[in-house]
Write a protein that binds this ligand. Structure first.
Ligand code: HEM
Length: 531
């Protein structure tokens, strides 16, 4: 439409322009531009009318809408609580004239969106696009047929037979962290930033499970780990600074250059491992399918994610290319370490604040480990920790690591009340909002593991608790994460009493649920008789 309009204007103005001075030409150009921009703005604002069937919280003004009104700190989280108390199901949210968003926080509204076929579900560029140069077309960012093929090829990597082998690694990484804690406590530090320690521990585990790479990152600094931290920080910084949404400007900024450097470092690291493994595979054939006694940890190498990805084949016998495997490995590193670290840190925080639940978990763990020569947690132990699992779930409800998930759809989507979300609109599925919705969770701010007692869960919609999202695009690493969380919490509670830190903890949402200024918790080592 604009091309036609522009053509007509040009034909109209050409005779005038050929006889005018440079000032006239400039004036006319400015006028044309203003007309075009005004037309575009009117068109964008008109589109908002499509969402008039959704309630709309008060806006900053008619043009900016709710721009700048989302805060991600403690105050912002409390504002979301207030929003849910007022709107209960969903509301419209306008980020200037450019982005129209539907925020949803009720299972009846989430269900049709989460269950929609992957062929009509897309990840939007506003929330996910800035990760693309880092994660490429990995599973988190790919769409449609490409995603379906990848998901099929990657699913075997998360089969229980593979995950069982990682339990040994989770034990090992926890042992390294606990050794460090004991040393720091002996040096007189009784309060530690849980987030910092746990994040290094989950990275350590994930590097071993993905690449069989022992980075020793819990003890010494690593360039690769620093680059991963830097990339996560830079993606958030870019999302929040509108001028940097413009690729041309971002590339030339200091942040843009740091981002490029960190991406190069991470990509080179992954490429070197994938290429080396591919050539080993060609020379020596596949590794044994199941190689680790997960209690004792024999000397044989664990089958890691790269091994599984190199061997997986689709129905036509086609495997993943090196480029695809690299994108998946970078994706696992991004999607798997921060989320799990957030889940473990908040769980330890909640148990520190509720000593009665901590004690009950400890008794359960000690009962499982009684009469054993080793302290290692085994795969079979994981299903014998029902109360601890309830505490984990309640922590994931109260502090979901991934607080939002966003999507858009290539066709109109019906939600309850006869409402339609027009195709192309961004749908922000508020995991945090749903988990804090008082209609679903009475006294939502209270940490109460009994909510997950099977008796109390019977009547609840399965879309009321969605820390790993739901439907075809749910988290592929869910079982991996839950196994790791259980091993780490079991070993931690067996060896330490966790107490609240000296400073209050304020929530901060930065892609992942974090804290504003670390998460100080006090630790008391337990002697064998106290266990
Ligand atoms: C407590 C830990 C974790 C939480 C809370 C979590 C949460 C989530 C959520 C909410 C999604 C959906 C994201 C979206 O739709 O945009 C997701 C997807 C994903 N997660 Fe996790 N995750 C966790 C751990 C892991 C781990 C350990 C891995 C891998 C080792 C992993 C790999 C992935 C991948 C690859 C996807 C994309 C799946 C797809 O689109 O098919 N996650 N995760």
């Amino acid at each position: 439409m604009f091309a036609v309009l522009f053509g007509k204007l040009r034909d109209l103005l050409y005779p005038l322009l050929s006889s005018c001075s440079v000032f006239h030409v400039l004036g006319l150009s400015a006028l044309t531009l203003t007309l075009l921009l005004t037309g575009r703005l009117a068109q964008l604002l008109w589109k908002r009318r499509e969402l008039c069937c959704f309630p709309c919280p008060p806006q900053r003004n008619w043009l900016l809408g709710h721009m700048g009104m989302i805060r991600t700190d403690e105050v912002g989280m409390q504002e979301v609580d207030e929003l849910i108390r007022t709107y209960r199901h969903c509301c419209a949210w306008f980020l200037g004239p450019f982005y129209n968003i539907i925020r949803l926080f009720h299972p009846d509204y989430l269900k049709p969106l989460l269950l929609a076929s992957a062929s009509i579900t897309f990840k939007d560029e506003l929330f996910y696009g800035f990760m693309r140069p880092w994660l490429g077309q990995g599973l988190v960012l790919s769409n449609g047929k490409e995603w379906s093929r990848q998901r099929r090829l990657l699913t075997p990597a998360f089969h229980f037979d593979i995950l069982k082998n990682y339990v040994y690694i989770f034990n090992q990484s926890s042992n390294i962290m606990h050794e460090k804690w004991r040393r720091l406590l002996a040096e007189g530090k009784d309060e530690l930033d849980m987030f910092e320690h746990v994040t290094l521990m989950t990275l350590d585990s994930l590097l071993k499970c993905t690449f069989s790479y022992d980075s020793q990152c819990q003890e010494t600094s690593s360039e690769y780990i620093s680059a991963i931290f830097e990339l996560s920080e830079l993606v958030v910084a870019r999302q929040r600074f509108l001028p940097h949404h413009w690729e041309w400007l971002y590339k030339r900024s200091a942040d843009g250059r740091r981002f490029r450097r960190a991406c190069d470092l991470v990509h080179n690291f992954t490429a070197a491992i994938v290429e080396e493994r591919r050539s080993k595979l060609l020379k020596h054939g596949p590794p044994d399918s199941c190689t680790r006694n997960n209690t004792t940890g024999s000397k044989k190498k664990t089958v890691d994610f790269i091994d599984v990805l190199l061997l997986s084949k689709d129905e036509n016998g086609e495997g993943l290319s090196n480029e695809e495997i690299k994108a998946q490995a970078d994706t696992f590193m991004f999607a798997g370490h921060d989320t799990t670290a957030s889940a473990i840190s908040w769980l330890l925080y909640n148990l520190a604040m509720h000593q009665e639940y901590q004690e009950r978990c400890r008794s359960e763990i000690n009962a499982v480990l009684s009469n054993r020569d080793t302290e290692d947690i085994t795969w079979d132990d994981l299903s014998n920790l029902p109360f601890t699992t309830m505490c984990i779930k309640e922590s994931l409800r109260l502090h979901p690591p991934a607080a939002t998930v966003t999507r858009y759809y290539s066709q109109d989507m019906s939600v309850p009340g006869g409402r339609i979300i027009p195709q192309g609109n961004i749908c922000l599925i508020s995991v945090y909002g749903t988990h804090h919705n008082p209609e679903l969770w009475p006294n939502p701010e209270v940490y109460d593991p009994m909510r997950f007692d099977p008796e109390n869960s019977k009547q609840r919609s399965s879309y009321a608790f969605i820390p790993f999202s739901a439907g075809p695009r749910n988290c592929i690493g869910q079982s991996f994460a839950l196994a790791e969380i259980r091993v780490v919490v079991a070993l931690t509670l067996r060896r330490f009493r966790i107490l609240p830190g000296s400073r209050p903890t304020k929530r901060l949402y930065k892609i992942i649920m974090r804290t504003e200024d670390g998460m100080p918790l006090k630790l008391e080592p337990l002697t064998p008789s106290q266990e």
